[in-house]
Design a protein around this ligand. Structure first.
Ligand SMILES: O=C(O)CCC(=O)C(=O)O
Ligand SMILES: [Fe+2]
Length: 310
């Protein structure tokens, strides 16, 4: 006989699995009924994810920060212990276009752990919402708690928060000092590009102060096309960049960029954003107040608000 608590939590997963998603046309039209669907089921979905995790713990290997490239994780760990050594982190990032920095972020040999886990999440039968920003996104997911229908599995959330708090924020502050102070709020989503599905993205800027775009393709997952173009608004130069498995680009949200059509294979990525309270981002030509290394390697005390870009 189940305890009362068990009966209650077991039913969340079953209830979540029994939900009928709004029709695809309504989703694409961003109908108010779709927003209402996610809003009214938000609590149920969160408890379903918790329940799923309880049931599955042991059988599904959770992604850990050990997936991060060893050089990067060592340098970052050192910097947390002694911020004056942050230059070792900076040296691992190369400015490949104005305001765009590239580094090896995940160890490609361990990416299958993340992908295996994400596949397991996709098979739970718990509904997730794809990013509206990607025209027809059929495969991607929302990652941040501010987004309805997000991947609320506690194991995933722990990993996501570590990526943002331990890695992205201090690194972004180090490479783009003007974003410091516009970085207490987080946002994230995943994308899967595939010919015949979501194939490209029009030129745009992000509503972020900084964007970390990490390729999570497995080494054997080849693709053609799907380069990301970054535009230099001053010189009008276009830099066409290709992502290899585990590579990341960290860029100012204000740098215009576009994804070229994918012609073969798939490209999977995880996109993380930082911005300030109420979605504030740095203003062009803002006076930059100098910060210390110790201030960069610190977690913001600001409470997260609920503003979601999409
Ligand atoms: O395709 C990419 O890697 C870029 C995605 C992107 O720019 C976005 O989602 O805002
Ligand atoms: Fe973007």
């Amino acid at each position: 006989m189940n305890t009362h608590e068990n009966v209650k939590t077991t039913s969340s997963l079953a209830q979540a699995r029994a939900l009928t998603l709004p029709p695809r046309e309504a989703i694409l039209q961003r109908a108010p009924s779709v927003k209402q669907f996610w809003h009214s089921n938000a609590k149920l979905l969160e408890s379903a994810w918790q329940e799923w995790q309880k049931e599955e713990s042991g059988s599904v290997f959770e992604p850990s920060i050990q997936l991060v490239d060893e050089q990067l994780s060592k340098a970052v760990e050192q910097a947390w212990q002694n911020p004056d050594q942050e230059v070792a982190v900076k040296n691992l990032w190369h400015e490949v276009a104005p305001g765009v920095f590239k580094a090896q972020f995940f160890n490609p040999a361990r990416l299958e752990e993340l992908r295996y886990y994400l596949d397991a999440l996709a098979k739970t039968g718990i509904a997730t919402r794809a990013p509206f920003g990607i025209v027809y996104n059929r495969r991607g997911a929302m990652l941040d708690p501010r987004s309805e229908g997000y991947l609320a599995a506690p194991g995933f959330q722990a990993f996501y928060n570590q990526l943002l708090d331990d890695y992205m924020r201090p690194i972004a502050r180090l490479l783009m000092p003007e974003i410091h102070g516009f970085d207490s709020q987080t946002f994230g989503f995943s994308i899967e590009y595939q010919a015949g599905m979501d194939t490209s993205l029009q030129p745009h800027t992000d509503a972020s102060a900084a964007t970390l775009n990490i390729n999570i393709n497995l080494p054997e997952e080849q693709y053609e096309g799907s380069e990301v173009d970054f535009y230099d608004p001053i010189t009008k130069h276009v830099k066409r960049l290709r992502f290899e498995p585990g590579e990341a680009m960290l860029h100012r949200g204000s740098v215009p960029h576009a994804a070229q059509p994918i012609t073969k294979g798939t490209r999977n990525n995880m996109v993380l954003w930082l911005y300030g309270e109420k979605m504030q981002i740095p203003v062009f030509n803002n006076v930059i107040e100098p910060k210390t290394a110790a201030e960069r390697w610190a977690k913001p005390s600001n409470i997260k608000d609920k503003f979601a870009p999409f």
